[in-house]
Design a protein around this ligand. Structure first.
Ligand code: F6P
Length: 343
């Protein structure tokens, strides 16, 4: 078969490990040709690709980012995008397309599949871990490791200066990174989008700690966390090419409010894209390898319109439509675990 593959949306560690696994089994077991489209859907629209081979993928397992490049454009954003994509698929004789991406990229893949442009198999990628149907997306474990190490380091400077340190982490509109890194990093409190926060209650909690002689605090804030309506005035936001809200900045708002309400010296650290950089964790390398192998198997089993997913510790195939139907929010029970440590 002639199998196309693309990486779309925000990059994250592990993308190359997925490409390496797909290429390995495609070439060695199935005798496929693998076409790596460049910069996500742009490469499909502009017939811009490179042929992936086992030899060419050597050394890519630990390499962060994506050797194919990525973007947030889709064929549905322009009047002739679909025609361009169809022309590429026909010209190259592509039998199936493996789409590696987050909610935006996978939703486009489902639409492309349903519109009969090319049969699609999805692979769930995002540090946010917000895709339904899969216990974990790849990139998440690495992002939590990065955020946890940062929080560990911030404890030492907070204790040295008796400061309140606010740490803003990524995660878009869910709090998985914040909650896991907050628990792992021993945060004083963790604020997540799933539960609007009461800034006065946070200030009082920090004050209680101080009164008991704990003069430093770490407050982890998910970039999508929101105050209870009417308690803090927030600036408007812009959107990216997928129409996603451009987040970032809530950490500075929380830090300013805490310093004003408690009088304690407060600083803010925004981890930003550091959480998406560098080499994938060992866990993500294994998950990516398994995802890639299962994805090329799904192609040869002709289970199209599907997505590989981690369920009960196994990588399985599930309907892509079920995966992208709704955002996966944090487990309320894990949120309660974190709250057991709030002051
Ligand atoms: O979806 C992954 C993610 O890192 C989000 O956590 C974050 O809000 C967004 O991408 C940032 O997008 P960009 O890379 O376009 O700044």
């Amino acid at each position: 078969m002639r199998v196309g593959v693309l990486t779309g949306g925000g990059d994250c560690p592990g993308l190359n490990a997925v490409l390496r696994a797909i290429t390995r089994k495609a070439e060695r077991e199935y005798g496929d040709e693998v076409f790596g489209f460049l910069d996500g859907w742009r490469g499909v629209m502009e017939n811009d690709y490179e042929v992936l081979t086992v030899e060419g993928m050597r050394g890519t397992l630990p390499r962060g980012g994506t050797i194919l490049g990525t973007s947030r454009v889709t064929p549905y954003m322009s009047s002739d995008g679909i025609d361009q994509a169809k022309a590429t698929i026909t010209e190259l004789g592509i039998d199936a397309l493996i789409v590696i991406g987050g909610e935006g990229t996978l939703s486009c893949g489902l639409q492309i599949h349903n519109d009969g442009v090319v049969p699609v198999v999805g692979v769930p990628k995002t540090i946010d871990n917000d895709i339904g149907g899969t216990e974990l997306t790849f990139g998440f474990d690495t992002a939590v490791d990065i955020a946890t190490e940062a929080i560990d380091r911030l404890h030492t400077t907070a204790e040295s200066h008796d400061r309140v340190m606010v740490v803003e982490v990524m995660g878009r509109h869910v709090g998985h990174i914040a909650l896991w890194a907050g628990i792992a990093g021993g945060a004083t409190m963790t604020l997540i989008p799933e539960e609007p926060f009461d800034i006065q209650a946070v200030a009082e909690a920090v004050s209680r700690r101080h009164k008991h002689g704990k003069y430093s605090s770490i407050i982890v804030v998910a970039e999508g966390a929101q105050p209870i309506p009417g308690t803090i005035e927030l600036a408007d936001y812009s959107v990216d090419q997928f129409g996603h809200q451009r987040l970032g900045g809530i950490g500075s708002v929380v830090a300013a409010e805490l310093e004003a309400r408690t009088g304690y010296e407060t600083r803010v650290t925004v981890l930003g894209h550091v959480q998406r950089g560098g080499t994938p964790s060992a866990f993500d390398r294994v998950l990516c390898t398994w995802f890639g192998i299962e994805a090329i198997d799904a192609v040869h089993e002709k289970n199209f319109g599907s997505m590989v997913a981690l369920q009960s510790g196994e990588v399985v195939q599930m309907p892509l439509a079920d995966a992208v139907r709704e955002l996966k929010t944090v487990n309320p029970r894990l949120h309660e675990v974190a709250k057991a440590f709030f002051p």
